[in-house]
Ligand binder design. Sequence first.
Ligand SMILES: [Zn+2]
Length: 246
Amino acid sequence: MAYVIINKFIPATLYPLKAPYAMVPEYVTIHNTYNDATALNEIAYMTRNTAPVSYHVAIDDKYAVQAIPFTRNTFHAGDGPVGNGNRKSIGIEICYSKSGGPKYVAAEANTVEYVSHLLKRYGWGIDRVKWHQDWSGKKCPHRIIDEGRLQSVKDRIAKRLAELKNPKLVSMDEPQKEDDELKFSSPSLKAETEFTLQSKARREIIVNAAIASGAQPFWKERLNNGTITDGDILALAAKYTVAVNK
Ligand SMILES: [Zn+2]
């Protein structure tokens, strides 16, 4: 299981419609898209439609695509213009929930991983994780509700968060070194990305994600013919993606 974080931020000209208020987040709200589109397509749709409906991140089996900074509110919780869901929570959509299947399972697993990292980053506990249903009563995330897994998904997040907070629980070695410079949003994300360069599969994931996000297709050829350097890949990662999680 792996995903790449891609930034596809909406233009600030759309803030009045999609993200009008400054926000200090206090919660994470999880949704199911009730659709079968990729994360990039969900974000593209959210960006181009003219409804005051929005969320921060869409996650599928390959990518976690962020469209709106966590310092702006989004309209996803159905609890009105001053509700805590819409004004204080980070909205996350799990893709492929309509039909389910392996791609949904992978998207949900990626969401568990992503939300665990968010909780760690903000110093939050599992009590900060909300369902759309908690705010407005809407049956969302529909698939998790239908399958009777609200508690088990939270348990998976709590377990992963505990691992992240205590690396001794994790079998995989996590990079601990601090880094400077480069255009990653945090030193630890840069370290994680550098760490992933040791794996050929991870290099390919970064290149594919960068191309999906607008980089020149020739990078794929250079990857395949071995002329791409670690510096190239790091630069692609810094420009087009934020991090690669294992
Ligand atoms: Zn929802």
